[in-house]
Design a protein around this ligand. Structure first.
Ligand code: FES
Ligand SMILES: [Fe+2]
Length: 360
């Protein structure tokens, strides 16, 4: 029995939002790990993130205006640049001897990779002393294999789960819930349950289900044509990358399912699911595919929503043998990451090379 003691990892990159949701000259306000964050994209395309609270009298900066260069607070017009430096206090006459540039709002490091914006959430003490320098940490946002660096997802969707991120993560990687939660004609049902054996090993800040031929009972794979091979990687803090490869060397195509878990608060978690592909024809079936993708995530959401009722009364979990091993690894990886960063040492991946067996 493991007592559930939730916490959020710090000093790590979290998924923030798809690049396409933040146009030039626009702002998006979002809460992450309980902190209000304002994302903005300058006219030159660069993205920045500020604490969404004006240091003057706490007005959300997102209530103000953005001219593509600086954010102006809606209350008294103080202006802040992408470094969080105050550039203007309109009421100053000059006799006060105050330099607005001495006033700063907290900034967050951001990075844009393959059509997604990532944010480095340092802890507050660290942000003050080390200037929140993410280069001091080995963790980086993931780079999707077989996909161009400037690619955008062909299809994506957001969903808000009413639970702590840990339950969302272990729910998404749980191999035994499929036949019960995701019953659908195009996927599989209880009658198709059979034994599986999958080889696992360590991957950067996580683990990998090594390359294999997916179950022949998955209609979802059949429509891709050819004989696909798939590899599934999980990485802290909550990223799952399913890489499907179809065809031989010269004529190889890739489909990537990227699932990112972002904690909004202790009790709310955002799941962003994005699909990338290299076969041009898949764009044609996009409209038909979206309802399936959304329906699938809704089923996961429904089940964790009902789980919250029981979790009010019981904090421990019985993580049993092979089918729950990935969930156990997740908690071990998290503990190790927190420990390694607090001790300023390298991360030691606790995941062994092993074959797990279960029926699903
Ligand atoms: S509260 Fe922002 S300028 Fe006064
Ligand atoms: Fe699921």
């Amino acid at each position: 029995m493991a007592e559930f003691a939730p916490f959020f990892l710090r000093s790590i990159w979290y998924y923030a939002l798809p690049s396409q949701t933040l146009a030039k000259g626009k702002m998006v306000a979002k809460t992450l790990l309980g902190e209000p964050v304002l994302f903005a994209r300058k006219d030159d395309g660069t993205v920045f993130a500020l604490r969404d609270v004006c240091p003057h009298r706490a007005m959300p900066l997102s209530c103000g205006r953005f001219d593509g260069r600086e954010v102006e607070c809606c209350y008294h017009g103080w202006r802040f640049d992408k470094e969080g430096v105050c550039r203007d206090i309109p009421w100053l006459t000059g006799h006060e001897g105050i330099d607005p540039a001495n006033i700063k709002v907290r900034t967050y490091p951001v990075m844009e990779v393959q059509g997604n914006i990532w944010i480095f959430m340092s802890d507050k003490k660290e942000a003050e002393k080390a200037g929140a320098n993410p280069d001091a940490f080995a963790h980086k946002p993931p780079v999707l294999p077989g996909i161009a660096m400037d690619a955008q997802a062909g299809l994506w969707t957001h969903s808000l789960f009413p639970c702590h991120m840990d339950h969302a993560v272990i729910g998404l990687m749980d191999p035994a819930h499929g036949p019960f939660v995701h019953q659908a004609w195009w996927w599989r049902g209880k009658t198709s349950i059979h034994e599986k054996a999958k080889a696992f090993g360590a991957a950067p800040f996580g683990f990998v289900m090594k390359k294999h031929r997916p179950s022949s009972n998955s209609f979802g794979y059949k429509i891709l044509g050819g004989v696909p091979e798939t590899e599934i990687v999980f990485a802290l803090p909550g990223v799952r990358i399913e890489h499907i490869q179809i065809g031989q060397e010269k004529n190889k195509h890739h489909v990537i399912n990227l699932t990112c878990v972002t904690p909004i608060s202790e009790t709310q978690t955002e799941i962003t699911h994005l699909i990338y592909w290299t076969q041009p024809w898949l764009a044609l079936i996009k409209p038909f595919f979206r309802p399936f993708m959304e329906g699938f995530i809704e089923q996961d959401k429904d089940v964790v929503t009902r789980q919250q009722i029981g979790l009010k009364h019981e904090k421990s979990m019985l993580l049993l043998k092979d089918a729950d091993t990935q969930a156990r690894w997740y908690f071990q990886l998290k503990q190790e990451y927190a420990k390694a960063s607090s001790e300023s040492r390298a991360f030691n991946n606790p995941v062994p090379d092993v074959t797990l067996r279960w029926r699903s």
